[in-house]
Design a protein around this ligand. Sequence first.
Ligand SMILES: *[C@@H]1O[C@H](CO)[C@@H](O)[C@H](O)[C@H]1NC(C)=O
Ligand SMILES: *[C@@H]1O[C@H](CO)[C@@H](O)[C@H](O)[C@H]1NC(C)=O
Ligand SMILES: *[C@@H]1O[C@H](CO)[C@@H](O)[C@H](O)[C@H]1NC(C)=O
Length: 574
Amino acid sequence: MSLKGTGTMLKWLSKYACIFYLLTLSGLTFLFCNMNILEWNYNCPLGLCNIQSEDPPPLERKQTFCSHLDKEPSAEEALEELDLLESNSWPGPPHQLTSIPIEKTSDPAHSLFVILPAEGGRMRQVGDQLEARVIINDFKGNPKSYGGDFLLARLHSPQLGAAIAGQVLDHKNGSYSAFFPLLWEGPVQAEVTLVHPSEAISVLRRLREERPDRVLYGSMFRSGLISETTMCNLCLPTSEQPVCNYTDILTGDPWYCYKPKQNLSCDKRINHFRAGYQNDLLTHQETILFQSAVNIKVRIHATGSDSVTVLPNDKDKPGAEDIFVWSRPGWTTPSGYYYQWLWRGLGDVLIREYNDPAAITQCLKGKMVYMYGDSTVRQYYEFLTRFLPELKEFNLKTPARAGPFMAVDIGNNIMLKYRSHGPPISYIPLSIIQLHYIANELDGLVGGSDTVVIISIWAHFTTFPLEVYIRRIRHIRRAVVRLLDRAPETLVVIRSANLRGQSLKECPIVSDWFAMQLDRVLRAMFKDVKVLLLDAWEMTLAHHLPHNIHPPHPIIKNMINTILSHLCPEVVQN
Ligand SMILES: *[C@@H]1O[C@H](CO)[C@@H](O)[C@H](O)[C@H]1NC(C)=O
Ligand SMILES: *[C@@H]1O[C@H](CO)[C@@H](O)[C@H](O)[C@H]1NC(C)=O
Ligand SMILES: *[C@@H]1O[C@H](CO)[C@@H](O)[C@H](O)[C@H]1NC(C)=O
C-alpha cells in the first residue's frame, strides 16, 4: 500500500472507530477518540502531512480552543459541541490555496443563475417553491468543480415592498440551488449574491482557527502613581510572560491579561478596551480574494429572466392565509417575509405595526425591559428612548457606546436597561466594574410576566473559533433555562446575527461568513428553549437596504414590531 493509501486508511479507521465508540461507549471514551482524530490531522506522524493537498480537506479542528485554560465540558456538552462543529463544517477547495492561481478562483461576473421551469411547465402559484440553479465559474469562464462558495439569495417584488430570504444548497461540484417559497401573488424577482469565493472562505477559516488575536485587547493597571498597560485575550501564550487570570468564577468564561512588569498586582487592573487590530493577516495572494466590486458581495446575473409571475393559489381560497401552510418536509422554513416593507412572521403570532408612541407605551406599561449584549441590542434601547416621549433617560455618566444605560417612564412604570456583554466586548475603555457576563446578570433577575429580556451577542465573537461562542452561548442558555424555570412568564428574546458591510479591511475580522456560522450555532442551541428567536439574519437579508452592522431604522422598527407583538399578543386599544 502506498504512503498515501496508508494515511487515508488510518484517517478513515480513526473516524470510523470514533463513530463506533460514539454509538456504544461512554462519553469519556468519546473524548479520547476525538483526540485521536486530531492527532492524525494536526500532528504529522511519519511525515504524512504533505499528502493532504491531494486528499479531501482535513476535518475541521475539533480541539477546544484554550482547552487547557477552561473547565472541562461534560460528555453531553462535548457531544453537542462536536455536533455543532460538524453541522457547521464547510466544504472548501480540494487543493492547497497556494497552488490555486487567482484566475481559477470563483468569479461572480462569469457566474450565472437560471430559474428552473416549474414541473409540467405550469404557471407558479402562491404556496409553490421556486428553484434557481447557480453555476459558479472562474475568471476564465470555466465551471468550478468544487463547492464552498458563500452565496446569499433573496426573492423580492420591489413594487409590492415584498421580499423573502432564499435558502442555498451547495451541490459541492460548483453548482448550487437557491430555493424560494412563493408567498404572495404578482411578479417576483430572484437575486443571488456571491459573498465570498470558496478560496476566500479557506483563508477566513484559517484565520479563525489560527489567529484569534485579530482584535487586540488591553487593560490598564494602576496603583498610586504607577500605571501600566498590558495585552489581554481569551487565550494568551503563557510561556512568554506571567499572566493574570480573570476567568469568571461563576460561568468559567476565560479571560487573561499579561501581568504588568512593574510592581502592580493582578487586582490593580482598572479598565478594558480594544487596543486595535492585527494588520498582517493576509498574504498578497490572499488579498486578491477580497476585492470590493470583484469578489466581495457581488451580484450574479441571471441567464434568461430573473423574474416569474406568481398566480393565486387555485386549491384554497387565495390570499395571505396560504402562507401559513407553506412548508416542505426537512426544510427550515423561513421565519417571515416583508410585505409593504412590514415584516410578517410565519409563526403563530400575528405581527402588528406600532406607529404610535402611545400604543407602544400601552404595551410596555408596567414592564421592565433588560437588554444585554452588543450594540445591535442597544439599537432597541436607542429606538425606544427616542420614540417614547415619556421615557426619560437617567444619566448614569457611563461611556457613550458601552453603557450601561437606563431609562424610565415613572408614570407608566416602565424601565429599560441596557448592559453590554463581558469580554471580548471591544469598545473604548470601560471600567472593569462594568464587565458583566450575561449569564450572571440573568441569575440576578427575578423574572415574571412583567420582565422582558432581550439578548444579542455575536458581533464581538467573529474573530474566535466557534468553540468560544458555543461555550458562551451554553452558559447563557443555562441561565435562560434557570430564569424560565423560576419565572416561566418571562419573555426572553434572542436576537440573531445580521449581515453587514464588507471590505478587504473588514473581512478578516468581521466577515458575514463568521457571523453566519455564529448564527447557525445560536439557532441550534436555542431551538428547544421557549424563547422568541428574532431573525435579524433573514430580516437584513430579505430587505433592500444595504447591509450594515447596525441595521437601518426601518428594519429596527420591524424588529420592535415583532417584539411588541409577542409581548402584547392581543390588540392594543388606544
Ligand atoms: C484560571 O482560573 C480558572 C478558574 O479559577 C482555572 O480553572 C484555570 O485553570 C486558571 N488558568 C490558569 C492558566 O491557571
Ligand atoms: C452537481 O450536482 C448536482 C446535484 O447532484 C447535479 O444536479 C448537477 O448536474 C451536478 N453538476 C455538475 C456540473 O456535475
Ligand atoms: C511592591 O508593592 C508592594 C505593595 O504595594 C510593596 O510592599 C513592595 O515593597 C513593592 N516592591 C517593590 C520592589 O517595589
